[in-house]
Design a protein around this ligand. Structure first.
Ligand code: CUA
Length: 332
C-alpha cells in the first residue's frame, strides 16, 4: 500500500469515528447508575482483564521467540515440548478462561432477570421513531420521557409495532431488543436521581439516529408527585380563551386523527399521547427542546427536523397555530 493510500484511509476512518459522536455527548457505557449497568460493567472488566492477560502472555511468547537463541547458529532448543504447549496453551488454559467467563456471565444474567415483588412495571413500545410509554399499574401514559423512582426495582416490558428497535440507556442498563410480536423484559434499579439519555441501538430506518428518549430518575417522593399529577391531567380544562380555542382546533383538525389527550375527544393512538406534552422537556423523541417556537415549528412542518416521520405538515392559520401551542403547553 502506498503512503498516500494509508493517509487517505486514516483520514476516512477518523471522519467515520467522528461522525459517531456528532455534537451530542455520548453517554458513558461503563460504571453507570443502575443495578444492571453496575453488574454488566463488572463482567466487562473481568473479560477485559482476562483478554489483556492472554494478549500479554502471547505477545511475550512472540517477543521471546524472536529474541531467544539469537547469535547461536542453530537457535536454542525449547525446554517445553510441542505437546506440552498444545495441551496447556491450546486446551487447558483456554478452557479455564472460557469456563470462568461463562460462569460469571450466567451468574450475572440470572441475577439481572430475577423479578422482584415490589417492582414498578413500565410498558415501552418502539414506534417510528419514538417510544410509547405506559405505566399499567398507575394508569399513566406518556412518550419519550420516562420518569422512574430511584431505588425501586423496575420492570420494562419492551415491544415494537413495526420493525426491530433496541432500548438502551447505557448508564443504567444493557440493551434490550424491541421485537414485533414478542415481549422482552428488562429489569434494573436506578440508583441515582438524574436525567439519563437513552437511544435506539438497532438500525430501524431513516430516523434511527433520532430515536432517543430520556429516563428521568427521581426521588420516590418526587416520582409520587409526578405520577399523581399525571393521573389528574385528564380532569383538567383550559384556563383561558386562547387555550380553549386551541383545544377546539386540536379536536377538530387532523391532530385528533393521530394523537390522544385523555379527557378530550382526541383519542387516537398513531402518534404520541399528548396528555402531558406541556411537562416534557423535548419534542420529536429528544430531537429539539420543547419551547414555544420549536413546538409551533414542529406542528407546522416536523419533516424539516425529522424527515420521514409519520406526522404530515399541518396547515393552520397563525392564530389557530398559536392557540394550539398555548393549549398544548398548558397540558402539564
Ligand atoms: Cu429504532 Cu433504531
Amino acid at each position: 500500500m502506498t503512503r498516500r493510500r494509508v493517509v487517505v484511509l486514516l483520514v476516512m476512518a477518523g471522519m467515520m469515528l467522528a461522525g459517531c459522536g456528532g455534537n451530542r455527548q455520548s453517554p458513558k457505557i461503563l460504571g453507570g447508575n443502575g443495578s444492571e449497568s453496575h453488574r454488566v460493567s463488572g463482567l466487562w472488566w473481568l473479560i477485559f482483564g482476562l483478554a489483556a492477560f492472554v494478549y500479554l502472555v502471547v505477545g511475550g511468547f512472540i517477543v521471546l521467540a524472536a529474541v531467544r537463541g539469537r547469535g547461536t547458529p542453530a537457535g536454542r532448543r525449547s525446554r517445553i515440548t510441542d505437546h506440552g504447549f498444545i495441551w496447556v496453551g491450546g486446551i487447558i488454559a483456554p478452557l479455564a478462561i472460557l469456563m470462568t467467563v461463562a460462569a460469571f456471565t450466567v451468574n450475572t444474567t440470572s441475577a439481572l432477570r430475577k423479578p422482584s415483588s415490589r417492582e414498578l412495571r413500565i410498558n415501552v413500545v418502539g414506534k417510528r421513531w419514538w417510544w410509547a410509554v405506559e405505566y399499567p399499574t398507575l394508569r399513566v401514559t406518556t412518550a419519550n420521557e420516562i420518569h422512574v423512582p430511584a431505588g425501586q426495582p423496575l420492570e420494562f416490558r419492551i415491544d415494537s409495532d413495526n420493525v426491530i428497535h433496541s432500548f438502551w440507556v447505557p448508564q443504567l442498563a444493557g440493551k434490550m431488543d424491541a421485537i414485533p410480536g414478542q415481549h422482552n423484559y428488562l429489569r434494573f434499579t436506578a440508583t441515582k436521581p438524574g436525567t439519563y439519555r437513552g437511544l435506539c441501538a438497532e438500525y430501524c430506518g431513516t430516523q434511527h439516529a433520532w430515536m432517543e428518549f430520556l429516563v428521568v430518575v427521581q426521588t420516590p417522593g418526587d416520582f409520587g408527585r409526578w405520577a399523581t399529577r399525571e393521573q389528574t391531567l385528564s380532569n383538567q380544562s383550559p384556563s383561558n380563551e386562547q387555550q380553549a380555542r386551541g383545544q377546539v382546533v386540536f379536536e377538530s383538525s387532523a391532530c385528533a386523527g393521530c394523537h390522544r389527550i385523555r379527557g378530550t375527544q382526541a383519542q387516537a393512538d398513531l402518534g404520541p399521547d399528548l396528555t402531558d406534552v406541556g411537562q416534557r422537556t423535548t419534542l420529536g423523541s429528544v430531537r429539539i427542546p420543547n419551547t414555544t417556537g420549536n413546538l409551533a415549528g414542529w406542528i407546522g412542518n416536523s419533516q424539516t427536523l425529522k424527515p420521514g416521520n409519520l406526522m404530515p405538515p399541518q396547515y393552520l392559520s397563525a392564530s389557530d397555530l398559536q392557540a394550539v401551542v398555548a393549549y398544548l403547553q398548558s397540558l402539564k
